[in-house]
Write a protein that binds this ligand. Structure first.
Ligand code: NDP
Length: 456
């Protein structure tokens, strides 16, 4: 049965509004968490109105409250012998459809509200993948930038000396995120193994020799472009010949760039938190990888190899460059209303989120009003966690999968997510609105599992 098309937009049902008020009241000083809950509640409102069972079972009251929040001290000693103390977080948000799953972010900006917004998004993203994984997220205000390998190791060991008691392959399986790559995951896995005396799949994103899966490093970036490719094809467009801008120059950005180039597009700009580099001839990805993956330097060093490129000392100005496709792959709220207007004015016709919540709500509104093809992160960046779940399967079966198998599965999962989100958007009367479609498709599976499990 189709849902009535003429549901007045912005007419908040009292239930949805009540839940949002509770969230704001109970989670003071957490604007990112409020933002992600608000966007989600607005999308699923028609489902709530159509299915009174969700209100009757108190699904929204429960779904916005993490099952467990762990906050802990992380003491470690730097190379000069000075004692440092950071704060560690793990928010185990929802386990209705599987063990908590989500990355650990190590960045100086990390606080409880940011981890909660990421954990909340993760519930629905993981559900969309069709795999049996719940939602969680964690991290620390520790910044690995500028630290020696030994300092990073000591921090990671201290972090896990507390967190190990809460995680495990059937309980909670952390992975990487900003500031946390294979080096950090390997150190944490090593300490976990030592404390638990168990070689199990309690972490994903490990390097291959530690039991990691091939293609995990590439998965989020590749998945984003597989999703974008589906979305473009459905709208009679193509990556071939497209001019693309990618923010960030970390894990997601680098592999999004690689796949764009493989599919015939040209990436002309990339950034880091200091500024952006514009190379009209197309960004030389080998140079970016050398700077970012191996030397941990800044993006302005690109000019040493390519003096014709332009460096601008403001990362957010990247959205002023003319492009066909914009891929925000750095961090939350990097595209605001003004940036969105610039993109539209300059002829951008598609935006795909590699990062989590990189576009604020005003920017999303502008994209939808201007019929820009817009891929929300919950759907378009799910490739990373999808391959992480494959790593869990691989670890359980004590095998190693080959590249073709993993790539085939990644492509098929991204295609299914696109189809599910498209279908739900159409069913609920807003064809092409993938924010609505992804939120609804992700929500229904989790909510039905919660109802089936009773009041827990
Ligand atoms: P990385 O740490 O590898 O890279 C992050 C990049 O973003 C760096 O280039 C960094 O620059 C830049 N950046 C960080 N903060 C800012 C800022 N405030 N302004 C401008 N640039 C900034 O992280 P990932 O690539 O792994 O993650 C990027 C995004 O993708 C995050 O939102 C993450 O949550 C999301 N994501 C990641 C997944 C994964 O598998 N890794 C999965 C799904 C989503 P600098 O070096 O200067 O700090």
């Amino acid at each position: 049965m189709k849902y009535k098309k003429n549901i007045p937009k912005n007419k908040k049902s009292s239930y949805v509004q009540k839940i949002f008020n509770i969230v704001v009241e109970r989670n003071k000083g957490e604007p990112e968490f409020h933002q992600s809950v608000k966007e989600f509640l607005a999308s699923i409102e028609p489902v709530i109105e159509k299915n009174p069972k969700y209100e009757k079972a108190g699904i929204l009251e429960r779904i916005v409250e993490p099952e467990r929040q762990i906050i802990f001290r992380v003491p470690w000693v730097d190379d000069k012998g000075i004692l440092r103390v950071n704060r560690g977080f793990r928010v185990e948000f929802n386990s209705a459809i599987g063990p908590y799953k989500g990355g650990l972010r190590f960045h100086k900006s990390v606080n409880l509200g940011i981890i909660k917004f990421l954990g909340f998004e993760q519930i629905f993203k993981n559900s969309l993948t069709g795999q049996c994984i719940g939602g969680g997220k964690g991290g620390s205000d520790f910044d690995p930038k500028g630290k020696s390998d030994m300092e990073v190791m000591r921090f990671c060991q201290s972090f896990i000396t507390e967190l190990f008691r809460y995680i495990g392959p059937c309980t909670d399986v952390p992975a990487g995120d900003i500031g946390t790559g294979a080096r950090e995951i390997n150190y944490m896995f090593g300490q976990y193994k030592r404390l638990k005396n168990s070689f199990d799949g309690a972490f994903t994103g490990k390097s291959i020799e530690c039991g990691g899966i091939i293609l995990r490093k590439e998965a989020t970036g590749y998945g984003l472009i597989y999703f974008m490719d589906e979305m473009l094809k459905k709208n009679n467009k193509s990556l071939k010949g497209a001019r693309v801008i990618i923010s960030g120059s970390g894990n997601v950005a680098i592999y999004a760039n690689k796949k764009v180039s493989e599919l015939g597009g040209k990436v002309v700009a990339m950034s880091d938190s200091n500024g952006y580099i514009y190379d009209p001839e197309g960004i030389d990805l080998n140079v970016i990888k050398e700077i970012k993956e191996f030397c941990k330097k800044r993006i302005h060093d690109y000019k040493r190899k390519h003096p014709h490129a332009e460096y601008v000392d403001n990362s957010l100005d990247i959205w002023k460059i003319k492009c066909d496709i914009a891929l925000p792959c750095a961090t939350q709220n990097e595209i605001d209303e003004e940036a969105a207007k610039n993109l539209v004015k300059n002829g951008c016709y598609a935006v795909g989120e590699g990062a989590n919540m990189p576009c604020n709500s005003k920017a999303i509104k502008i994209f939808l009003e201007n019929k820009i093809l817009y891929a929300p992160g919950k759907a378009s960046n799910a490739g990373g966690v999808a391959v992480s779940a494959l790593e869990m399967s691989q670890n359980s079966s004590r095998t190693h999968w080959d590249y073709e198998k993993v790539d085939r599965k990644l492509k098929s999962i991204m295609s299914c997510i696109f189809k599910k989100s498209t279908m739900k958007a159409k069913e609920y009367g807003d064809e092409g609105n993938l924010v609505l479609g992804a939120n609804i498709a992700g929500f229904i599976k989790v909510a039905d599992a919660m109802i089936a499990q009773g009041i827990v």
